[in-house]
Design a protein around this ligand. Structure first.
Ligand SMILES: [Zn+2]
Length: 269
C-alpha cells in the first residue's frame, strides 16, 4: 500500500512529466471510483491543461487550468502510469488521454478514488478536506505544531500517527521504523510521552519519510514510469526474529488493534 513517500514521489514525477499537457479525452472503465457520472467527469476535465501536481498524505492533487482538479487516491495500491504517444495500454480503470497522443492510466488493485472537483468546491471535498499536517513540509510541520497536536490527546501513539487527520500519509509500513527510532512502543499512551520523546518522535517522522521520499519509496511500488523505488530494507519493520540493530534482541511481531507491529521488546517501551 503506497504511503506518503511513494505518493510524494509520484506527484513530483507527474508534475515534471505532465505539466502543460492538455486533456483530450477520458475513458472510464470503473465509474464507481468517480465522484460523479462519467460524462460529467469528462466534461469537467477535457480541454483543460495540467498546471501543478502536488500531494497531501496519500492523495495526489492534479491542478488543472482553468479552475478544476483531479484528486486521486490509490487506496490499497495500484499503478499510475504514463505512456508515450502510440502506446496502447489495456489494463486500467481510468485512462486520461492528452492532446499530444500520450496518456495516463490508473489501475487500482483493490479500490481507489478519482474525483473531479472544481476549484470552488475543493475545500468542501470531504476526503481531502480533513487531512492533517504534511510531514514533508517543514514550514507546516514544525516541532512546535507537533507538540501542540499531541497536547491533551488520549490513546496510543501508533493509532494517533496513523490517523490521517493528525499527520497525513503515514501507514503501517513506515510507522514501524519511525516508532523504533523514537524508542516508543506502539501502544504507549500519548499522555506518557514527554517533550524530549516527542522531539525524538518528530525527528523520526521527518527523517524516515524524507529519506524514503528521496529514494522514490518502496522497491515493490511502481512509479509513473513503471520502476520501483529504492527502499528495500527496514531497521525492524518486517524483520520478525531478526536482531535489533541497536541492542541485538530479537524483533517481535505483535498485534496492535487492527494492525501488526514489529518491535524491539527491549528498546521500545
Ligand atoms: Zn533493541
Amino acid at each position: 500500500m503506497p504511503e506518503l513517500p511513494e505518493i510524494h514521489h509520484l506527484a513530483r514525477q507527474m508534475h515534471r512529466t505532465l505539466h502543460g499537457r492538455r486533456i483530450a479525452g477520458v475513458d472510464v472503465k470503473q465509474p464507481k471510483c468517480l465522484n460523479m457520472p462519467p460524462q460529467a467527469f469528462a466534461d469537467l476535465l477535457v480541454g483543460k491543461t495540467i498546471d501543478r501536481v502536488t500531494s497531501r498524505g496519500k492523495w495526489i492533487f492534479t491542478h488543472l487550468d482553468p479552475g478544476a482538479n483531479l484528486l486521486v487516491s490509490l487506496g490499497m495500491g495500484g499503478d499510475l502510469l504514463w505512456h508515450k504517444r502510440g502506446a496502447v495500454p489495456d489494463r486500467y480503470q481510468l485512462r486520461i488521454g492528452f492532446a499530444d497522443g500520450s496518456c495516463l492510466t490508473i489501475r487500482f488493485w483493490w479500490f481507489g478514488y478519482a474525483h473531479a472537483v472544481a476549484d470552488g468546491d475543493l475545500s468542501a471535498h470531504k476526503m481531502t478536506g480533513t487531512l492533517g499536517l504534511n510531514p514533508l513540509d517543514r514550514r507546516e510541520f514544525t516541532l512546535a505544531r507537533f507538540h501542540a497536536l499531541l497536547e491533551g490527546r488520549r490513546g496510543a501513539i501508533k493509532a494517533f500517527l496513523m490517523d490521517q487527520g493528525n499527520v497525513a500519509g503515514i501507514g503501517n509500513v513506515y510507522i514501524q521504523d519511525i516508532l523504533f527510532k523514537a524508542r516508543l512502543h506502539p501502544n504507549r499512551p500519548i499522555s506518557r510521552i514527554g517533550p524530549r520523546e516527542q522531539a525524538a518522535l518528530y525527528r523520526a517522522v521527518v527523517g524516515s519519510l524524507t529519506a524514503a521520499a528521496r529514494l522514490g519509496g518502496l522497491a515493490f511500488e511502481k512509479d509513473l514510469h513503471g520502476r520501483g523505488g529504492g527502499v528495500r530494507t527496514f531497521l525492524i519493520g518486517y524483520r520478525e526474529g531478526k536482531r535489533c540493530p541497536r541492542c541485538g534482541a530479537r524483533v517481535r511481531k505483535i498485534r496492535t488493534g487492527a494492525t501488526a507491529s514489529f518491535i524491539c521488546p527491549r528498546c521500545q517501551t
